[in-house]
Design a protein around this ligand. Structure first.
Ligand code: SF4
Length: 358
């Protein structure tokens, strides 16, 4: 049932729709000649359960935000495509899927798309292990894989290195603590972590006695200071803004060291130059979405939508390879985007642009 933007009596109409669906399901269950008819109504049953809840008198009521809709990863968004889920990225919201694209960026060759992944909307990091597995199956694993920051986590850095021998290159997310954002106070890096003795020492030389590795926080470890340590401390305002004493959260030793190494590398000009190879990759996304309408699903269901994405990527590869003269080995950098051309025309330097270092 689809209500218009300003419907009259919306709750009554929704309730009526729920009751109609319930009556239909009851009749099908009572009179259906076989199980096929019952299973044909399974999606309607799931939608009914997700959208309505019985009240204390057994009458169906539409769920509200307070009434507990199921999590977005489970909630059916369309009766025509049961695989679609609600997605949100920045200010953009949609119902559908995520498309993840991997391509080569060797200096003297055209960029060839080597993998497309179609997933239900989840965290981008969840797509990375699958990408590596498929690339490995096709013997296309790179030694270095440049990734957008959203696709990276310290655990993935470690996993890719351990399982595939791949160095993931990208900015690991910075700490979200106010000390880090405001560049003031005592951030986590100001504390000394002694993994051997399971102790943390603060900048005022107080030492924790509590070291917690709760499964709910995995893989993070928490070390808590005591109120008798923090309350009389003259530097308390630099350390915590809450009433509780300071707690410090950090990763296990091997991941903690990897994270520190990655953050140090990000300050290195050679790392930045390497990561600059990725700039311009958004052009591929634009090519898929603007040139081939990848944002519109031509089919219902995740499996068929994935086939659409694969066929689109094949078409893009054919187009790119066809434009390449087989006898021409001259260096052909990716064409600058309209924004890059604008900056160039206004005399802005572009030291880290796509393949500029060549
Ligand atoms: S507030 Fe507590 S943890 Fe922070 S510096 Fe003072 S004693 Fe150390």
């Amino acid at each position: 049932m689809r209500l218009c933007s300003q419907p009259s009596h919306p709750i009554s109409r929704l309730t009526q729709a729920g009751n109609d669906a319930h009556a239909l399901l009851t009749a099908v269950a009572a009179h259906a000649p076989n199980r096929t008819a019952v299973s044909a109504c399974e999606s309607l049953r799931q939608i009914l359960v997700q959208q309505f809840v019985p009240d204390t008198r057994g009458r169906l009521r539409p769920r509200t935000d307070k009434g507990g809709f199921p999590p977005g990863s489970l909630q059916i968004r369309s009766p025509y495509d049961l695989d679609t889920r609600f997605a949100i990225r920045g200010n953009t919201r949609w119902s559908g899927y995520l498309l993840h694209v991997t391509e080569t960026c060797d200096a003297n060759d055209p960029n060839v798309i080597t993998d497309v992944a179609t997933t239900a909307p989840t965290r981008d990091t969840a797509a990375v292990p699958g990408i590596h597995t498929r690339l490995g199956r096709r013997h296309l694993l790179p030694t270095e894989h440049l990734l957008d920051g959203g696709y990276l986590s310290v655990a993935l850095l470690e996993q890719a290195e351990r399982e595939y021998g791949i160095a993931l290159v990208g900015p690991v997310k910075a700490s979200g603590q106010w000390q880090h954002k405001e560049q003031t106070g005592f951030a986590r890096d100001d504390f000394t972590i002694d993994f051997a003795n399971r102790q943390v020492t603060c900048p005022r030389d107080q030492v924790t006695t509590s070291w917690v590795q709760a499964p709910a926080m995995a893989p993070y470890i928490a070390a808590h200071f005591r109120p008798h340590q923090c309350d009389p401390c003259p530097a308390r305002s630099l350390c915590t803004r809450g009433r509780a004493a300071r707690s410090v959260y950090f990763l296990p030793q091997h991941l903690h060291e990897l994270q520190a190494r990655n953050r140090a590398q990000q300050q290195d000009p050679s790392w930045r130059k390497l990561y600059a190879l990725r700039s311009g990759a958004e052009g591929t996304i634009a090519e898929l979405t603007l040139g081939h309408r990848a944002r519109r699903c031509r089919y219902h269901g995740l499996a068929k939508t994935h086939v659409q994405h694969i066929l689109t990527a094949i078409a893009v590869n054919i187009q790119r390879l066809a434009e390449q003269d087989p006898w021409d080995t001259a260096y052909r950098p990716r064409r600058p985007t309209a924004f890059q051309q604008y900056l160039e025309s206004h005399g802005f330097s572009r030291p880290l642009w796509w393949r500029q270092g060549k």
